[in-house]
Write a protein that binds this ligand. Structure first.
Ligand SMILES: Nc1ncnc2c1ncn2[C@@H]1O[C@H](COP(=O)(O)OP(=O)(O)O)[C@@H](O)[C@H]1O
Ligand SMILES: [Mg+2]
Length: 238
């Protein structure tokens, strides 16, 4: 299940100058888009607005034609910092995220265990965050988002703090989960190779104010060096 996400004439700011100005972007249902851009250009602001954490000054965001007016379980988020409760086990953290769905205790438990199994953490369900490596903690964060069966998955540099090997494994896992679920994924990264490895489309944002500088489909198969060079050029001219 997946929803189309649509940004229309979106202007967002935190004070004086807008961070995004009249930005239009459509993320088709079931697509996997990477958002690239220099630090501070507004990538997180795009995600936070779609997540419903930040209110636009003008314009609108819809998910499946429904205006976004705040956070909702159909839009899952995974950020770089997992923000797990240290006093809850992996299972407890995932169950907690399901509280608002009106499920029975037993359903919550079953869903949490299924989501942890999906991310390869069936054996770690009873462990506390401090007993888990960074990669495992990020798997819990992914399970927490997936357990609610979101139709949109918003990921903000989710693997940025992981070592290269763990990062590669998480990318494989995410690709596989996306293939199975068909969820609409918007994935923020500043790593071109990560964007090309994961996404079917790369959108490059520029700064001051944030706007779409380039929008490229990524053909399936091994990463194309010409496309990589083209995107790298967009990034250095911002
Ligand atoms: N909560 C906030 N309050 C004030 N300014 C913010 C806030 N969040 C982001 N900004 C500013 O908005 C701009 C875009 O930030 P952000 O969306 O986080 O960029 P990116 O994720 O591309 O690095 C930056 O100049 C940043 O300092
Ligand atoms: Mg950011």
């Amino acid at each position: 299940m997946s929803l189309e996400v649509r940004l229309e004439g979106l202007t967002v700011g935190y004070g004086a100058a807008p961070v995004l100005e009249r930005t239009d972007l459509v993320f088709p249902a079931g697509s996997f888009t990477a958002l690239l851009g220099p630090s501070g250009c507004g990538k997180s602001t795009v995600l936070n607005t779609v997540a419903g954490f930040v209110r636009p000054a003008s314009g609108r965001v819809t998910a499946g034609s429904v205006p976004v007016e705040g956070p909702g379980p159909e839009r899952g988020v995974v950020f770089q910092h997992y923000a797990l409760f240290p006093w809850r086990t992996a299972r407890g953290n995932v169950e907690f995220a399901l509280k608002r769905l009106g499920l029975s205790r037993r359903e919550r438990r079953e869903r949490a265990l299924a989501a942890l199994a999906e991310v390869g953490l069936a054996d770690g369900a009873h462990k506390y965050p401090a007993q888990l490596s960074g990669g495992m903690q990020q798997r819990v964060a992914l399970a927490r988002a997936l357990a609610a069966e979101p139709e949109v998955l918003l990921m903000d540099e989710p693997f940025g703090a992981l070592d290269a090997l763990t990062r590669g494994r998480m990318q494989d896992l995410l690709r596989e989960l996306w293939r199975r679920s068909g969820t609409t994924v918007v994935f923020v990264t500043h790593d071109i190779d990560e964007a090309l490895a994961l996404a079917g489309r790369v959108v490059v944002l520029g700064a001051s104010p944030g706007r779409v500088l380039a929008d490229h489909p990524v053909p399936p198969g091994p990463p194309d060096p010409d496309l990589r060079a083209l995107i790298a050029r967009h990034l250095t001219t911002t």
